[in-house]
Design a protein around this ligand. Structure first.
Ligand SMILES: [Zn+2]
Length: 250
């Protein structure tokens, strides 16, 4: 809720957060991200259309994102990508149609990122082979971060080989996610980012609460513990990675 923004930000700054990137998922939320960033220093907008929105798009959606993407305040294109998780009520032909539409939308979003020369924030869910093939062919040399990474170690390696970054959320703190913490252990800290994916995925111990940016500290603490390094080291390195990736000066 927009009226909550000042208090959400205040709690984030109090927790030691120094900058926040807020991505859009469609034209309206991208526009809101731009407006919130205008009002609150330390907040940086990303704009894009999420694959789950593909069925609801108005005709001008791409053009609206392109226009926003050109704003100097916008730091990235995202969330964009593919999501094959929910195909409820669709038959095989329907599923193929949605996959095709998602790929076309993703291609458009990639093109915008290339035109404005801004990095990509990638949403990838249950679609590794398709999205990997798509990106390896279209943007092997474009900066990209795979947000909320929850894949396998093989997938992690393949993304890193393409030069992309992996971003981890509160999901790594969940008790049952030992396998994901094992991946965190093996991903070089210089090739990772941390995030909350608020309002989803509050960390262990807070799962009944709405997730908000202050919880990125818990993600950092988990990374520090898993990798056996200090919290300061995690904070310093991931902040350096994020500021250089998004080209922002905190
Ligand atoms: Zn996402």
């Amino acid at each position: 809720m927009v009226e909550d923004v000042p208090s959400v930000l205040q709690r984030a700054w109090a927790a030691g957060v120094t900058g926040i990137v807020i991505p859009g998922t469609d034209s309206d939320s991208s526009f809101s991200a731009v407006n919130i960033a205008r009002l609150f220093p330390g907040v940086y907008p990303a704009v894009g259309i999420h694959p789950s929105e593909v069925e609801k798009l108005g005709e001008d959606a791409d053009a609206e994102i392109r226009e926003l993407a050109e704003l100097s305040t916008v730091v990235a294109i995202g969330e964009v990508g593919l999501d094959y998780h929910y195909f409820e009520g669709l038959d095989a032909a329907g599923i193929e149609r949605v996959k095709f539409a998602q790929k076309a939308l993703f291609t458009d979003m990639i093109q915008i990122a290339q035109e404005v020369q801004k990095p990509l924030i990638i949403h990838s869910r249950d679609c590794f082979e398709d999205i990997y093939e798509h990106m390896a062919a279209q943007v092997p040399n474009h900066p990209a971060v795979i947000h909320c990474f929850t894949g396998s170690i093989e997938e992690a390696k393949q993304w890193l080989e393409l030069g992309y970054l992996l971003s981890f959320t509160g999901v790594i703190t969940y008790k049952k996610n030992e396998a994901l913490r094992e991946i965190v252990k093996h991903v070089p800290i210089e090739q990772m980012m941390i995030e909350t994916d608020a309002p989803y995925l509050a960390p262990e111990g807070f799962r009944k609460e709405s997730c908000e940016p202050k919880f990125v500290r818990n993600v950092a603490e988990c990374v520090a513990e898993v990798k056996g390094v200090s919290l300061e080291e995690v904070i310093d390195i991931t902040t350096e990675t994020a500021t250089s990736f998004f080209n922002i000066a905190l």
